[in-house]
Design a protein around this ligand. Sequence first.
Ligand code: C2E
Ligand code: CA
Ligand code: CA
Length: 777
Amino acid sequence: MTTSLPLKSRRNAAKVSRQDQHFLALVLDAWSSRRAVGPVSFAISVATGIGAGTAGVALQMALRWPAVPLGVQVGIGATAGVLAMIATRQRFAAQKARQAAAMALASSFLDASRDCVKLLDLQGHMLRINDYGATLMEASSPRELQGADWLGFWKGDDHDAAMAAFKSALGGTAASFRGSCTTTAGQPKWWDSQLIPVKDHGGKVIAVVCASLDISNQTRLLAELRTKSELMSEMEAHVQLVFFSYSANFEYFHYITAGSSNVFGIDREELLRNPNGWLDLVVPEDRVALQAEMRRVMAESTEGRAQYRIRKADGTVHWLRSTGYPVLDDNGNVLRIVGITEDVTAEQERIAELDRLAYTDSLTGLANRAALLREIESRCAARKPFGLMFVDLDRFKVLNDTLGHLAADHLLRDVGGVIRRSLPDDAYVARLGGDEFAVLIGSVVDKAGLEALAQALLGSLSANRLQGGGAGAFITASIGISVYPEHGSGHDALLSSADVAMYTAKQTGRNGYQFAGEEAARTIGDFELERDVPEALATNQFFLHFQTIHEPHSLAVHSAEALIRWQHPARGLISPSDFIPLLEETGFVSDVGVWVLDHALRQLAAWRQAGAMNLGISVNVSARQLGNEQIVRDVDRALKQHGIPPGKLEIELTETALMKNPQQAQKSIVELKRLGVRIAIDDFGTGYSSLMYLADFAPHTVKIDRHFTSKIEHDPTTQTIVEGIIGLAHKLGIKVIAEGVENAAQLAILRRVNCDYVQGFLLSEPQAPEGLMTQRA
Ligand code: C2E
Ligand code: CA
Ligand code: CA
């Protein structure tokens, strides 16, 4: 019989410890004497029982945990069965041999088992535990647990379950239960226990085999999984986010998270049943674009994104953003679309708020210039006619100066309100800055209608005695009107033609309105430059005025700035601010520039001849001229032609001119300096990076813009800035001219802050050279 044992069992049998042998013998003895059961048959029963038990547990394990090799476990069980049969047939063979065989068999099964296998007496005491079981129970040896009260290991509900299973086994029926008990070392473990009754020949239960599978790891993993999934569900339930996996073609969901209740207000079970439920909520205006994007994702197999609004069942409107990623198979076909939809309502509201701030005039709460430009462009894009009114308050500067800034601000707010109230509801009212307002009107676009509105507006403005901080002030305005598309196809043309019309209205007596068109064109309009400029040059329509620049203390004349004028035969006297920009757009500015240079130097030569040998001359040079090296040759030639020392000529360049093409400007400046000509930066402080120019272009002079000068007496900040500019310039060896000096107070301050030169109406207005000579004399 021993030869039929599997090799491993035989080896194990041979290795059965003396302690085990002793233990088994003890059991067999005890039972054979007390129960009068043949020790051999009992040993065989024990062996059979344990074998069957192990097989039973193995089968259960295999079913529940398919990873455990079924074959091994069943093999043990089957072998046990076969061996039991053989043993029974040879029941009457030599007792010793059988006893030895039975013990070896029992021991080998015990040791082969990966369960904690115990033999319990009818009171639940452990008669025997296998070696591995002792290890699982963290006992130093099986002996440590011998005689221990098995039921005593279980506590609470687990104790009840253990008791029930044990009672069932005592009653002859195998039972199982799951529970946790601690090892001898006090470590809690989870067990899946199987209790099998051991019966004698008469079917009487004489012991119970308990085989416990240590399921602590699985239980822990399961618990972790459960916690994680609870955590996930909790998060899903609280965030404004839903994850989904859609079938290709968006026909049904494979999966959708609990977040759908938050995001769509539809729970996921409902969406699994009715996958279009969420689409039905999308507001009609957004649905077409959304569905187009979904189709595109399918057609192009690329990621898609859409932002749209839904109206939930409770009537609230929410902004959602969905992103879908197609998952492709090896052939590039879309298998499914996974993605995420989030509620971005809060984000949208923040954006809207920022947008509102960026496009609102903070003083009046009306739209600002940027908003107006955007609105004009969007209306132009829609190609529907609309009227544009450019409203400018008359003599606001005077009001501002007499009332003070606070009262003036108050007044501007009131004016905004009056404009809004006296025009149709759909009028789009904006403040462009200062005392300029603009209105877009879409409902009235014919000339008579717009005229009536302008009249009404002027009426309400002058009828309202506006409260400028208590001091009532009568307000009148001048209005220029342009109409899309008649006067332009974009904001530039529409605003400038309305602006020009407004300017005409002011000239023709204020408190009136003017349509863009012929009347306005008379002031500036489109010059026929091709014809006009050559003719102007040929027939001396251009002439120069000179404005003197003075030493601030002695008021001695230091130099004169040449300022061009155009006496147009049809349009009258035109100021350079009106035609220089037009000339800039064409090449004519260079021709005119050469003319200015020539005439300015000729004039200086005349003054020099009259004795003013120290007098300098300043000439303005535009961006376009500077972008061409021809300027250097022109200057060189003119200086030579009129015999002027180069150091007496100062070229004035505006910051904007320098900004247009800094590299080319730099080149021309270097060349001009090489000739010995002086360089001045004009309108200093009005550009964006003024201080940089000081380093980059190393001018001889800067001319502080007249806007600074005009504020210097009332605004300490401006005074500090001017003082700072002068200090810095002096450190760099640069002279400073203050422009636009109009009163004695300004002059006093400029003297105090060490300004090198002053220029402005206080000292002299630009005038013909003859007058200037008499003034000098
Ligand atoms: P700018 O170079 O800043 O010239 C000074 C302007 O300020 C002149 O206007 C002058 O009349 C004005 N002004 C002088 N003193 C005062 C004052 O105390 N208060 C006020 N409010 N204004 C004062 P203007 O002559 O109408 O020239 C306007 C601009 O046209 C000039 O500004 C200059 O940029 C340009 N410009 C004039 N002549 C020429 C030229 O020959 N060539 C080029 N390229 N540009 C020129
Ligand atoms: Ca100038
Ligand atoms: Ca200037």
